[in-house]
Write a protein that binds this ligand. Structure first.
Ligand code: G6P
Length: 603
């Protein structure tokens, strides 16, 4: 999703802005631009496509000495990903960048057009700069003009605006989309959509609240909310720059798959004590009046939610339902205060999920977030958060974030079970033993990886993939199919194995590839029959199982683990690597697949 970077100070601006955008690349984008105001002259550059195009266009541009700059990566919402629609947008003397959606932009645009303003782009964002200039022409000061502009906007936004009439200031506003302001001892000021571009530059940051706006220059930050001046609330910014380098791997996604063993150890750290699950975050949280858990999420996080719903009912004996956030928002759900509302999000910024959380809060439900990004919008709003500790995930296709989400949710099911007095000593022992073993299960076996690499060449054509599984392996099948379609652009669906006979089996033929998840610990005979039905119709079967399966065209032998979750995690890695290897052979951009964004901050 769009990324924003801003700078006020004496540093060379082009380099800082482009490096900052690079740090935000993982969010996904399809065009980019920068504008620098220096000695009352504004230079701006825009380019569609990758940042390299913008870097090339700006290669001869430098701005030394004091100046201000704004930079943006755009992920198209209104209007195609063209250079014209890339940000910044300008009027006669001002430039704006915007992340989010201005819902009432049509009304504003029509009104401005009626007054003779012409628009260059198809974007909603362009209205901001024209509205600002309209108020300037009506002789309002820049500050008042900006405040009036912001008050006219409805929707979600993070905005940075610069203008020749206030050449030392950046005007900023934030509502429902993240925006951070940072500063350091050298009187430099920084803006960013996340911490990432600011690390190593800013010492302390303000995570702006929804509805706040203001203007900043080298000397001061003026922050307002509802026309009231606010005291900026600075927090120290962690300066350790452990940002992912690829560490010899070909892609961030590959590195992140290999990292799963380490990050899951981090996830577990301090959370198993005396053979019991322990969440410091939940020490004051009472589950006794909770009768049901409702989980809301999108994408991969939704699959983690689905997998955990089996665990909550089976282990904690608590009713559990799962909703896709974008559906939940508009279904006028009946919410009960005895329901715990559990939100799962890697980024903590997904607009649909965030909105669902706000609805649940408004309805008076207890809320708990499972999230990977501290200080994200979801973390700040929910009553309590359990951080997944996966570290920054750069590959757009989520891998290690999923692994840590499932792990946290499994731990949580045990925690809830114990709090509600539903956990027997025996079950607790078995589960803790399996939990402790997860980092080992997740160590990637290089021979297996090599085998998947070789196998992948047989799966580059065909008319589609079915990933099938039962029980917790059904959500894993959904996730396996999602991984494959995200990065290979091949058609893949996840299905409950027992459901194939009710329709999808009609597609079966030799170029229909079925990836069958056949664990030995859960319903083996049932899934075996389902796979046999497909094999009888000549479907090509790739079976993943610890048990030899004679009807498989291709076979990946897994370890004979005794716990379903151990089998789950091993098969998860296999489906991730399979998707990766197919994508590589097809020559796709593994880390930044077409049309996708890492963090979707619009609905
Ligand atoms: C985007 C990403 C997906 C992710 C989904 C939910 O669509 O491309 O990988 O699963 O958003 O994101 P979240 O950050 O809320 O988990």
């Amino acid at each position: 999703m769009c990324g924003i970077v801003g700078y006020i100070g004496k540093r060379e601006k082009r380099e800082f802005l482009l490096d900052g955008l690079k740090e935000l690349e993982y969010r996904g984008y399809d065009s980019a631009g920068i504008a620098v105001l220096h000695q009352s002259e504004i230079n701006y550059f825009k380019a569609s496509g990758k940042l390299d195009n913008l870097t090339e266009k700006t290669k001869d541009f430098r701005s030394l000495g004091f100046g201000i700059g704004i930079a943006h990566t755009r992920w198209a919402t209104h209007g195609k990903p063209t250079e014209i629609n890339a940000h910044p947008h300008w009027g006669e003397f001002s430039f704006v960048i915007h992340n989010g959606i201005i819902e009432n932009y049509m009304e504003i645009k029509k009104e401005l057009q009626g007054e003779g303003v012409s628009f260059l782009s198809q974007t909603d964002s362009e209205v901001i700069v024209h509205l600002f200039e309209k108020y300037i022409k009506q002789n309002f000061t820049a500050q008042v003009a900006f405040e009036k502009t912001i008050n006219s906007l409805k929707g979600a936004y993070a905005i940075l605006l610069i203008s020749k009439i206030a050449p030392e200031s950046i005007f900023f506003a934030k509502n429902a989309v993240p925006l951070i302001v940072g500063r350091n001892a050298k009187d430099e000021l920084f803006f960013g959509s996340s911490d990432a571009p600011l690390i190593g530059f800013a010492d302390e940051v303000i995570y702006l609240e929804d509805g706040s706006y203001g203007w900043a220059n080298e000397k001061e930050i003026n922050l307002y909310k509802n026309s009231q001046k606010m005291q900026p609330n600075f927090k120290l910014l962690n300066s350790s720059k452990i940002y992912a380098q690829k560490d010899g791997f070909r892609f961030f996604m590959e590195k992140e798959i290999y990292e799963q063993s380490i990050v899951t150890s981090e996830t577990l750290m301090g959370r198993i004590k005396d053979d019991k699950v322990f969440f410091e975050e939940l020490s004051e949280y009472d589950f006794n009046d909770i009768e049901e858990i409702k989980i809301c999420a999108c994408g991969t996080s939704y699959h983690a939610a689905l997998a955990s719903s089996y665990l909550f009912e089976r282990i904690a004996k608590i009713r559990c339902s799962v909703e896709i956030a974008s559906e939940f928002r508009y279904k006028e759900p009946l919410l009960d205060k005895k329901t715990l509302f559990l939100i799962i999000s890697q980024s903590g910024e997904t607009a649909d999920t965030l909105q669902a959380l706000k609805m649940a809060k408004k309805a008076g439900l207890k809320t708990l977030a499972v999230c990977n990004v501290d200080n994200s919008s979801i973390v700040r709003i929910s009553d309590v958060t359990i951080l997944t500790r996966a570290g920054i995930e750069k590959g757009v296709a989520s891998t290690k974030a999923f692994a840590t989400q499932v792990l946290v949710l499994w731990l949580l099911s045990l925690h809830v079970a114990r709090s509600k007095g539903k956990l027997s000593e025996d079950l607790c022992k078995t589960e803790i033993k399996a939990l402790r073993g997860v980092p080992t299960v997740l160590k990637v076996n290089e021979e297996l990886h090599e085998k998947l690499h070789r196998l992948s060449k047989r799966y580059l054509h065909g008319h589609g993939f079915f990933f099938i599984g039962r029980d917790i392996f059904f959500p894993l099948a959904l996730e396996g199919a999602l991984k494959l379609k995200e990065i290979s652009y091949l058609h893949a669906e996840g299905y409950p194995a027992g459901e194939m006979k009710h329709g999808p089996i009609a597609l079966a033929d030799s170029t229909l590839f079925t990836v069958a998840l056949m664990p030995q610990t859960l319903l083996y005979d049932k899934i075996k029959s389902n796979v046999e039905e497909l094999s009888a119709r000549d479907a090509t079967i790739l079976a993943i199982s610890p048990k030899e399966f004679a009807l498989a065209d291709d076979f990946i032998k897994t370890q004979p683990y005794e716990h379903p979750m151990s089998e789950f995690f091993e098969m998860m890695v296999i489906t991730q690597l399979l998707a990766l290897e197919i994508s590589v052979r097809l020559g796709n951009d593994v880390d930044m697949p077409r049309n996708l964004a890492k963090s979707v901050t619009v609905e």
